[in-house]
Ligand binder design. Structure first.
Ligand code: FES
Length: 564
């Protein structure tokens, strides 16, 4: 143990409040010898019935407690706000920073020596990591795991990705109402996060790649007994981490973030991970740039054959060896000396891993794609960058020129997208404005603009779509996202008009509006901002302090002031 536990400042001493804190703790029925002198382990739980993905985390917390007790610690569970992707409006992204503040201040304000972070659904993992990184006491992540694969008429379905594809079939009448109703009852079969490589699976895998979980944690299915077993082991381990003073700042180094980016590219992971990794790193004074993502993407092959970029689901990924199998393949590209919460290095952990299915986790020598999943674009529409998931895009559209069909807002897009009068063909480029951090506001997952019904009827499944919004990690298509600066603050996306020609060239990482500089300058000078959508409360705080996509969308005052 360290010479003095942090919690002793609360409980030990002869002041009135030392006595009172012990007495009030005993009101929960604990004998003094149960906690006296022992490390107090907080279990930071994002359980909520309003978040189906995390609905099993109380059971996971019980398993963590068993481990903490067994290792001689004293566990106390506490709640945080939870962010259920399916339910929250306008978008969970609006509340990621609020949850991160809740996590950070709950840890800092309480007599906690070490903390176990329970998370799963998309934003809950980055929010926990951001908060714990800022609080910087020993911390370990236990993810909730993916839900069981959907099963319909002997066909496996991935929540998110297949739901969207089947919904398009339902829209065109290729799937009956009766069949669609059956699918609703069996596409999401258990607690746990979405079972494709969407944002949740990406961020839980990256928590493991960062070294913040025990090896193998991310891919264990939520209902699998091994999920509870690893929760127990994590409870035991955090007690040792307190003794070793193994804090996030010793694990979350620049090398660890470069490892996580490399793994993200090999996973074909969610574009949302770009924003979250930048934000987590910012809490430690590490400046990750979009160019870091592009540099690592260009040298990292895409290996993990899981939807939406690949064919399989998270169950198959788990059976194939999960994140440890990916780390083993990627070892030549990783900083193998980066630390992990189990006290070993990432290299030591990866060396003992095995791959059990080379079709699901491809070897480095036989990748699915020579580059990583996400590419960073720049050009006169996106001076501060934009992203595209190239592995989930249509190859024939990766180099494309077409005329813009512009929607000023999401509501306008919804009102017009299925109209037979929409002036769109298979060469068009759909452009949607006001979907960014301040414009929407909250940076919602509106970027996967639905295919116009008119084109679907003619068998056109994909066209180029551009916005300053995000996209669900479970989505697919030739979709350019996170255009920065966003249109609502006068980024050049704001001045695109119907009929303007736009060129996309992913190989050369360009996205350009084919207009003269003079014309762009003339239109920008005439542009006027809309009135803010909130004048009080959290919405106002968000609008006044959220940063742009290329900076991670944290609040400006929450970033570390330490530069590394
Ligand atoms: Fe929670 Fe997909 S809705 S992970």
């Amino acid at each position: 143990m360290p010479a003095k536990l942090r919690s002793q400042a609360w409980f030990q001493g002869d002041e009135y409040y030392n006595f009172a804190r012990r007495a009030w703790l005993r009101s929960e029925g604990f004998n003094k010898d149960v906690f006296d002198g022992k490390p107090l382990i907080g279990i930071c739980n994002s359980w909520s019935e309003l978040n189906n993905c995390n609905a099993h985390l109380r059971q996971v917390a019980e398993a963590v407690k068993r481990g903490v007790w067994a290792a001689g610690g004293f566990p106390l569970e506490f709640p945080t706000i939870s962010l259920g992707e399916m339910f929250m409006k306008p978008t969970t992204m609006m509340f990621r920073n609020l949850m991160a503040m809740d996590v950070e201040e709950s840890i800092r304000a309480n007599p906690i020596d070490g903390v176990v972070l329970l998370c799963g659904c998309d934003k809950t993992t980055p929010a926990q990591l951001m908060g714990a990184a800022s609080a910087d006491i020993p911390a370990i992540v236990v993810t909730g795991g993916p839900m069981l694969s959907g099963e319909w008429r002997n066909r496996e379905l991935g929540a998110g990705t297949d739901g969207r594809k089947l919904f398009d079939l339902f829209r065109t009448g290729e799937l009956s109402e009766e069949h669609f109703a059956e699918i609703e009852g069996c596409i999401a079969r258990s607690a746990g996060h979405c079972t494709v490589m969407g944002t949740a699976s990406t961020m839980t895998s990256l928590a493991e790649a960062l070294g913040m979980t025990l090896p193998g944690c991310a891919a264990i299915p939520a209902p699998d007994s091994r999920r509870l077993a690893i929760a127990d082991s994590s409870g035991r381990r955090i007690v040792d981490m307190v003794a070793e003073d193994l804090k996030p700042s010793r694990i979350l180094t620049r090398d660890a973030f470069e490892n996580a980016i490399t793994v993200m590219m090999a996973l074909g992971g969610s574009t949302n991970a770009v924003i979250h990794l930048i934000a987590i790193a910012g809490r430690l004074g590490i400046e990750l740039k979009l160019d870091d993502f592009d540099r690592l993407s260009r040298r990292t092959p895409y290996l993990v054959n899981v939807k939406p970029s690949g064919e399989y689901l998270m169950d198959h990924f788990f059976a194939a060896g999960g994140v440890p199998a990916v780390l083993k393949e990627l070892l030549p590209l990783l900083h193998s000396n980066a630390a992990a919460v189990n006290g070993k290095t990432i290299g030591e952990n990866a060396n003992v891993a095995e791959c059990f299915n080379a079709e699901v986790v491809r070897p480095l020598a036989n990748p699915l794609h020579n580059e990583g999943g996400t590419a960073i674009l720049r050009g006169n529409i996106a001076p501060d960058g934009a992203v595209i998931k190239q592995t989930a895009a249509s190859p024939h559209l990766l180099q494309h020129r077409g005329r813009a069909v512009v929607f000023e807002t999401y509501d306008e897009m919804r009102a017009r997208i299925n109209s037979d009068d929409l002036p769109v063909d298979e060469t068009s480029v759909l452009v949607m404005k006001n979907g960014g951090p301040k414009g929407a506001p909250g940076f919602p997952e509106w970027g996967h603009i639905p295919m116009p019904a008119k084109l679907l009827k003619h068998g056109v499944k994909d066209i180029v779509r551009i916005s300053d919004a995000r996209m669900s990690g479970t989505s697919f298509g030739t979709v350019v996202l996170h255009v920065a600066p966003e249109s609502a603050i006068g980024g050049p996306l704001a001045i695109v008009q119907d009929g303007d020609e736009i060129s996309l060239d992913v190989a050369s990482r360009r996205l350009d509006l084919q207009l003269s500089q003079d014309e762009i300058a003339r239109r920008l000078a005439a542009w006027k901002p809309a009135a803010p959508q909130y004048d009080r409360g959290y919405g106002r705080l968000f609008l006044e302090h959220v940063e742009q996509a290329h900076l991670g969308c944290d609040f400006d005052f929450l970033r570390s002031r330490r530069a590394q």
